[in-house]
Design a protein around this ligand. Structure first.
Ligand code: URA
Length: 236
């Protein structure tokens, strides 16, 4: 069946639909021996589709993983600096999964990985407003007015942040621990929000993603989502 190329690439499990659009725009996708353009459609039964000159493989069964990402690992599938990548932690997974969204190198916590480009695309879309809870440790004592600013919106270079919730605030010595729940997924968002208000972040961990939590999962370990969890995510 003929479909937009980005949809077809996502369905193959290569990457998310948005990432596929970037690949097409960068001229890395070919169709029948020429460079494909954004907006083009194709049919894997009829056309020869390539990424970086390698044939696009056909769709594989969907795989959904929940990982406890440790600090010191990057969430991309390739790192120009040669640092460890999350895929290095997968020992018994044949599917070519990719991370849903990302966590910084120095952030630990709950990371979803899948080869289901459609679901990844759905979850990453701002319209879906998936709640994500982060446990944060900042230097300094969080003042009441700054807590309110975090909750009401912090003006960052890329605009005002959406309303957030701050809970379980406790100060220990020269640090404050708290949880912040946000639904946006901007780059380094929590760190930038705190830094903007004068609080450098010394620890950051994502402890929940929508209804999913880390449970007893140790850093570096992962588990498959249950069918029920996958269905609930699809309804988000
Ligand atoms: N906010 C950040 O600052 N970093 C992350 O990794 C996730 C959210």
């Amino acid at each position: 069946m003929e479909q937009r190329l980005q949809k077809l690439i996502a369905a193959s499990g290569f990457c998310s639909r948005r990432e596929a659009e970037t690949l097409i725009a960068a001229g890395r996708v070919g169709i029948d021996g020429r460079v494909a353009v954004l907006g083009e459609r194709g049919d894997p039964d009829v056309n020869s589709i390539t990424i970086d000159d390698k044939p696009l493989s056909r769709a594989e069964p969907h795989c959904y993983l929940l990982m406890h990402k440790p600090v010191g690992v990057v969430t991309t599938n390739r790192d120009p600096e040669g640092r460890p990548i999350v895929a290095d932690l997968l020992d018994d997974v044949q599917a070519r999964v990719f991370p849903v969204g990302r966590l910084d190198y120095n952030t630990s916590g709950l990371l979803l990985l899948t080869n289901d480009g459609e679901l990844a695309n759905q979850l990453a879309h701002p319209r879906h407003e998936v709640d994500k809870t982060y446990l944060v440790r900042v230097r300094g004592r969080l003042r009441r007015e700054d807590r309110q600013r975090l909750e009401q919106g912090v003006p960052l270079d890329d605009g005002l942040t959406a309303p957030a919730r701050v809970q379980r605030v406790r100060s220990r010595g020269s640090h404050t621990w708290f949880e912040i729940i946000i639904h946006e997924g901007r780059n380094r968002q929590v760190r930038r929000m705190c830094e903007k208000l004068g609080y450098p972040v010394s620890r950051l961990a994502r402890i929940s993603y929508d209804f999913l939590t880390l449970g007893e999962l140790e850093p570096g370990r992962y588990r498959h989502l249950t069918a029920d969890e996958v269905n609930r995510l699809k309804k988000t």
